[in-house]
Design a protein around this ligand. Sequence first.
Ligand SMILES: Nc1nc2c(c(=O)[nH]1)N=C([C@H](O)[C@H](O)COP(=O)(O)OP(=O)(O)OP(=O)(O)O)CN2
Ligand SMILES: [Zn+2]
Length: 135
Amino acid sequence: MLITVCRTEHFNAAHRLHNPAWDDAHNQRVFGKCNNPHFHGHNYNLTVRLTGEIDPETGYVYDLKRLSDLIKHEVLNRYDHRNLNLDTEEFRNLNPTAENIAVVIWQRLRPHLDAALALSVTLYETDRNFVEYHG
Ligand SMILES: Nc1nc2c(c(=O)[nH]1)N=C([C@H](O)[C@H](O)COP(=O)(O)OP(=O)(O)OP(=O)(O)O)CN2
Ligand SMILES: [Zn+2]
């Protein structure tokens, strides 16, 4: 029997959507206000889901306190109150869209989790815009 455990965290970060291969007018056409050269911020909500079997000894699929600590270590400590374009290596040359942020978070978490656990990441950039990545 498979069951999913979920942990939600949040972080605040600034970013700018920009493609350096395009001129300013093209960037403005594609990204609009998200291309503001002075950046803008979001209150990101992140939900991490782990699907697996229940351990008969603990009754857990995965200790949610451990999952919270892992997300804090791998995601919040790196991105909370940061400028994603300027302060992080991973988005220096990768456009920090919700899609790319979700994939990077998934890639950061995956090596720390048992291969038997399926991992998925949901990232809300605004109340109405969110992406999901299942690997
Ligand atoms: N596929 C994607 N589309 C967009 C992304 C993205 O990451 N992936 N990101 C943005 C911008 O970051 C932008 O800041 C989003 O904000 P906004 O358009 O203001 O979103 P709201 O939900 O607040 O907007 P409403 O118009 O009020 O619904 C744009 N697109
Ligand atoms: Zn934005």
